[in-house]
Design a protein. Sequence first.
Length: 737
Amino acid sequence: MSRGVTRRRVLAGAAAAAATAALAPQLGCAPVARRRRAAATATEVRRVATACELCPNKCAVLAVVENGRVKKLDPNPLSPKSRGMLCARGNAAIKALYDPDRVKQPLIRAGARGEGRWREATWDEALDFTAERLRRIKDEYGPEAVLFSSTEGFQEEFFKNFGLAFGSPNILRHPTLCLASVNLAYSMTFGTVPSFDLLNARYVIMSGANRFESIITPDTMDLIEGAMNRKAKLVYLDPRFTVTAAKADEWYPIRPGTDLAFILAMLHVIIAEQRYDKEFVATRCLGFDELAAHVERYTPAWAEAETEIPAAAIVRIAREFADAAPRAVYYAGRRSSWYVHDFQMRRGQAILNAIVGNWDREGGVVPNSRIALGELLFLPWDEPTTERVDEIATRFPLAAKGDGAFLQARENVLAGVPYPVKGWMVYKQDPMNALPDRGRTQRMLEAMDFVAVIDTQMSDTAWFADVVLPESMYLERTDPLHMLPGIWPVVVLRQQVVPPMYDTKPNLEIIQGLAQRLGLGEYFDYTIEEWIAEQAAELPVDNPLEYLKKHGVYAPEGAPFYGKTLAPGYRFLTRSGKIELYSQRLAEAGHDPLPVYHPPTPIPEGSFRMVLGRKATHTHAATTNNVWLVEQTPTNHLWLHPDPAARLGIAEGDLVEVTSAVGSVRLPARVTPEIRPDCVFMLHGFGKKSPQLRRAHGNGACDADVLVTAWDAVSGNAAFHETLVRVRKVGKEEHRA
Ligand SMILES: Nc1nc2c(c(=O)[nH]1)N[C@H]1C(S)=C(S)[C@@H](COP(=O)(O)OP(=O)(O)OC[C@H]3O[C@@H](n4cnc5c(=O)[nH]c(N)nc54)[C@H](O)[C@@H]3O)O[C@H]1N2
Ligand SMILES: Nc1nc2c(c(=O)[nH]1)N[C@H]1C(S)=C(S)[C@@H](COP(=O)(O)OP(=O)(O)OC[C@H]3O[C@@H](n4cnc5c(=O)[nH]c(N)nc54)[C@H](O)[C@@H]3O)O[C@H]1N2
Ligand code: SF4
Ligand SMILES: [Mo]
């Protein structure tokens, strides 16, 4: 959001105003209405272009509506990001829309917190109640005593802006639970977070980025096409035999937490054998000599002992990778909340890509292209100047300030430092599941004077709230335009497909209701249609809004784009203007300027490391109540290798207890060689506390009950895989009633 202006920018352009007026009534209805005559009854069929919200990918959708009901969701092939793909979860959005367990109107808590007694309220009551409680906290403790936390979404911006206008610096977003360390590592090396050209690469190395199950568009489709059909080589490192491992040319069940040893040994070989891109290094990179001296000690033989990957394989892979460059990528992965040294592991990957010249060329690591969108400027609020509760400026000085450091925030709130936080507004996020140590998150919720949750369903966090404000589901609302950066960028429109089923509202209207009651209405004095019209105004097509409503997406011609940063004299967005192999900024902040290997905490005899990951049929903790997806994956199990299982007397299906330093859970065992003997795994999102999610409640186990709190020192990213557990058999196979 642009700031620092003092007057509202009127929707000046006559064309834009006319477009808004003409289109406003139609927004969300029927861009391509069509009637089909049947012999007896007339069926009205509409196809509406919109964008999926079952996970963060924002794939393009064509919703088929028959007589006002969403019958089917098809992929919209016009999007270069999702192309002709709509995954199982995307299809199952129909069942999220028509899920009888949805929150159907505002609810105000009537009993004790977590007791589950709710009073159905009108929107006026619920908004009056919320605004009054927020005002009370602000008057007594100051605006910084309210925390605003949210996960990525099309309407997240309104929520963030509301927090800032309210005066709180404590805007807490999801990246430190997800990808903060990888983003920071690439930014500090290349000055930007790039994409990876998996479609055109000839050689791909992946450290646990399970792209055939953890779906990211276009990477998943690009990898299928690139690695399967075009025969690029795929080398995959993961303690688990995932679907990606099954499709890879080579799979190494790497010892968990040792990827940096593998990377440093690759650097060692490539530099010792002079296989790096000398011209690229000389003209674009800073600190090569320091790097060369640094990796001398990291030999393949040493790395074999750390990683359990044979030294000969490391040498061969290093040679093959360098020979394939620049059509080669060491892929970054998305969720990098793994270990306490995660940032340095991701830095190692970035450096490796840099020295072989895999940069900004077809088949390499490519800085993203973007499409400019217009902005509806509005009255600015005073920028909150109070220190953030997570003390990010001093604790993680290099990190992205606006997103905050989630786990540090939770620790500080619980300790009451540097000041009391008494209120928590949550948007499109379920901290009870997304943070490690659910008991600790519950204590944080219980320590609050007031908690409000804006969600579509009764999440575990909502279950402990004072008020639940139900947002309309994505098929029921129109959201701001989103520009998705990439090698081929795209603008997507999410437009309403059907009217809301229940007494729910889009987030903007919820925020407007609160803002008006708190004297902040002037900051949100626009409609979604005005907002979108201003965003779309400058797109280089005739009548951009009409175009987007019809096609759902706008993608520039002439893409994909390569080579923008290869012009002589190009200044990278780093301090030196070069790709920083050696980082003076890291040294100044007290961190290693080149990635130093620290071995992972040893796993004591009889214990296991718990690793996380995904399955293609669920999104985080959000879909385990979705009937179609539960049919696909009904519950979760503990993956356990046959050797330790035999030692512990555990057979397939036996009920086991998994205990860590913070808690224990019970679930059935899946005895399988698809995981290393020193690791265990369970799928996220099960074992819900909220009884209103009838299929998910009490079904399986919640990983957050046993995950421990640890984070990466540079980025503040959660380090979930630092969790060590013990496992014991507690019974024969138990079936749910
Ligand atoms: N144990 C464990 N923890 C993790 C992870 C893990 O793999 N395991 N993954 C981490 C990662 S990578 C991430 S990104 C985070 C994700 O963390 P979260 O963002 O908390 O994840 P979700 O469970 O997808 O969604 C949270 C809530 O959003 C609600 N929601 C869905 N659609 C809408 C909508 O349109 N409007 C509103 N208002 N609400 C909606 C859902 O009902 C759900 O309650 O979790 C992190 N934490
Ligand atoms: N179906 C589905 N797709 C999704 C999501 C979803 O919820 N469901 N969420 C989306 C989001 S928000 C994100 S962030 C991405 C995450 O996508 P990814 O970045 O692919 O991350 P994860 O799926 O969490 O997978 C991490 C893998 O690393 C492995 N691993 C654990 N420890 C180590 C180690 O030390 N070394 C190596 N080499 N591997 C290790 C785990 O076994 C696991 O298979 O997925 C996105 N796509
Ligand atoms: S990957 Fe699947 S769930 Fe995610 S946006 Fe695309 S279709 Fe929807
Ligand atoms: Mo994520």
